[in-house]
Design a protein around this ligand. Structure first.
Ligand SMILES: Cc1cc2nc3c(=O)[nH]c(=O)nc-3n(C[C@H](O)[C@H](O)[C@H](O)COP(=O)(O)OP(=O)(O)OC[C@H]3O[C@@H](n4cnc5c(N)ncnc54)[C@H](O)[C@@H]3O)c2cc1C
Length: 370
């Protein structure tokens, strides 16, 4: 049912518009609003807080469908669910959950996750944003970089160092900050290679006062929250890679059947046919890895290694598929007449955000050698 409803939504709302949104770098507001109406923005939020109470596996299936037609909408929804709704559901106290989850589930608030900074991407714990304790709350100062959804988000989970004298990684808090609070500025919008309709902005925090009750957990365990969150986020990005990969495969099959050279469809040339076979095999393998990680997380089992493996494999396979899809389309694939040009650009980021490819290898190998 989830697959059917996501597919119906994606084909009706995203398919006719995704290329234009990409060209115009236009945030897909209508698509996000309709995703909310369909219940996708609350898919994994517990029913007690207005969500559908479903799991990561359901989210994975929904995200593959959304990303099949629009990776910009895909990342918007993925970040909202896996990087914002999930940590609130899993780590916040009752009061914070009751205050924010229903508004996130309904789409009244779109979520953003603020970890990266100009000087700290892969080495996220080296962040410089500071939270200073004052009576009744914390005062946040710093700069966050590449924040997805920032231009349209109503709620930001901001990570900040609460005590620079404590060991790195055990000195970070996770704060819930609302849009419009004094001192929070959404800065320059990035002009990107791909997922151009998604919002990616810099953010400044200048003396932003956050009340004590908006801290998730204790003031020093925020980095643990961030890493647990990324296990789910990586399943979301692996699902994005599945959607883009499937788009590359489906479009390539069609083109290989239609395009004639040397008197026959190019799909009859073994060089093309074998590319299609490899793309399809990689896609199935990536989907199985991703759905295994999602199922483990739904069971409450540790899934750090599996989530990293899924993201590592799915993102690389998706980039190989995008490369082959452009090649199969020849000159046409290099123009905006054909969507594979966009898939090729969109695929690239799946190997970068929520832990670049080599960071996934680092995570997996550390667990193997431990
Ligand atoms: C479109 C987009 C959206 C984003 N959205 C968000 C968001 O919503 N919230 C957020 O907090 N962040 C976001 N990010 C930031 C993203 O998570 C970082 O870009 C990513 O973690 C990589 O960090 P970096 O760019 O600083 O690269 P760096 O950390 O500088 O890495 C550069 C290169 O060095 C490699 N490298 C680094 N350390 C090692 C190592 N120890 N071993 C081997 N290789 C290494 C990396 O793999 C990479 O290839 C987004 C980024 C993009 C592009």
């Amino acid at each position: 049912m989830i697959r059917d409803s996501a597919r119906e939504y994606a084909e009706r709302v995203l398919k006719p518009n995704a290329a234009r949104w990409d060209r115009e770098e236009k945030f897909p507001e209508e698509a996000v609003a309709e995703a909310a109406e369909n219940g996708f923005l609350g898919l994994t939020v517990p029913e007690a807080y207005g969500g559908a109470g479903l799991g990561n596996l359901h989210a994975c299936i929904m995200l593959e469908e959304v990303n099949r037609w629009c990776a910009s909408t895909g990342v918007t929804v993925s970040v909202h669910l896996s990087l914002v709704c999930a940590p609130l559901s899993r780590h916040a106290g009752e009061e914070l959950k009751a205050r924010y989850l229903p508004r996130l589930a309904s789409g009244e608030l779109l979520g953003a996750y603020c970890l990266s900074e100009p000087h700290s991407g892969s080495d996220a714990a080296a962040m410089r944003t500071r939270a200073r304790k004052v009576s009744g709350g914390w005062v946040l100062n710093g700069t966050k970089s590449w924040i997805t959804n920032a231009s349209h988000a109503g709620l930001f989970i901001v990570y900040a160092v609460t005590d620079p004298d404590r060991p790195k990684g055990r000195n970070i808090g996770a704060f819930v900050v609302e849009r419009g609070w004094k001192g929070l500025e959404v800065g320059k919008k990035e002009e990107k290679l791909g997922i151009r309709a998604s919002s990616t902005c810099e953010m400044q925090l200048a003396d932003v006062l956050v009340p004590d009750e908006n801290l998730i957990g204790d003031p020093y365990s925020g980095f643990k929250v961030a890493l647990d969150t990324l296990d789910g986020g990586r399943i979301g990005i692996a699902s994005q890679a599945l959607g883009i990969h499937r788009a590359c495969l489906e479009d390539s099959i069609l083109y290989a059947q239609q395009r004639q050279q040397f008197g026959r469809p190019i799909g009859e040339f073994q060089a093309i046919a074998w590319k299609l076979a490899d793309m399809a095999t990689d896609l199935d393998a990536a989907r199985l890895l991703t759905q295994r990680a999602a199922a483990l997380r739904d069971q409450g089992a540790a899934c750090t290694r599996e989530a990293s493996m899924a993201k590592l494999f799915a993102s690389r396979a998706c980039n190989r598929a995008a490369q082959d899809a452009v090649q199969i389309h020849g000159g046409a694939g290099y123009t905006q007449e054909f969507a594979v040009e966009r898939y090729y650009r969109d695929a690239r980021v799946t190997e970068i955000y929520e832990g670049a490819t080599d960071i996934q290898r680092l995570v997996i190998s550390r667990l193997l050698l431990k």
